[in-house]
Design a protein. Sequence first.
Length: 66
Amino acid sequence: MNEKIGTVAGAVWTALNENGAMNTKDLKKAAKIKTDKDLYLAMGWLLREDKLDVTEEGKDITVVLK
């Protein structure tokens, strides 16, 4: 599982690096992630490594690289 999430975290980082700040719906699509669970596990990985900033406005979550 760690290897899979690490791979997905790499896809998240790449998508954000290429596109800038994104909401989770667009990020999931840009990174070609199939499930919300995989997206949020990858985001947690990157947050733990202090590589993301996450903001919440209403129901929208915006993610950007630090």
